[in-house]
Design a protein around this ligand. Structure first.
Ligand code: AMP
Ligand code: ZN
Length: 136
């Protein structure tokens, strides 16, 4: 899409610190990293969300995500990484071109995980049942 910032990076109309590229996939550094080496992995074809992305292409994208994770551990000498995908506006998706975040992590880097909730009595089973039904 012409007004998509990531499509512009793919087209070379905007700069990007590219770390991996093939005919279908691009990986480049996030401009505002959570930690140094924070990388975004995207399909070159514009799809808005994970559910729009064809399965075959998703498989290729996730393999690149894994490679980037291995690379940051090996070369940036970090201890681990988080993989994230903000799917939809409610989930914090700001750029409407589906992208995986690969976030290098170090022990004691101070980043906190999300706060958690508790289920009421019986609630867990009913939520699980709803999801199970939707998957049928
Ligand atoms: P999200 O909230 O998952 O849509 O995240 C969008 C991400 O894209 C943010 O982490 C931004 O810092 C990043 N971002 C936005 N514009 C650029 C850009 N021109 N180059 C690299 N990363 C970008
Ligand atoms: Zn795009």
């Amino acid at each position: 899409m012409s007004n998509c910032v990531f499509c512009k990076i793919i087209a070379g109309e905007l700069p990007g610190a590219k770390v991996y590229e093939d005919d279908k996939i691009l990986a480049f550094l996030d401009i505002n990293p959570i930690n140094y080496g924070h990388t975004l992995v995207i399909p070159k074809e514009h799809y808005e969300t994970l559910v729009d992305l064809p399965d075959e292409l998703l498989k290729e994208v996730i393999l690149v995500v894994k490679k980037i994770g291995q690379a940051v551990i090996a070369e940036l000498r970090v201890d681990g990484f988080n993989i994230g995908l903000n799917n939809g506006k409610a989930a914090g998706q700001l750029v409407d071109h589906v992208h995986f975040h690969v976030i290098p992590r170090e022990v004691g880097d101070g980043l906190k995980h999300w706060p958690s909730k508790d289920y009421e009595e019986g609630e867990m089973d009913s939520v699980a049942e709803k999801i199970k039904q939707a998957l049928k």
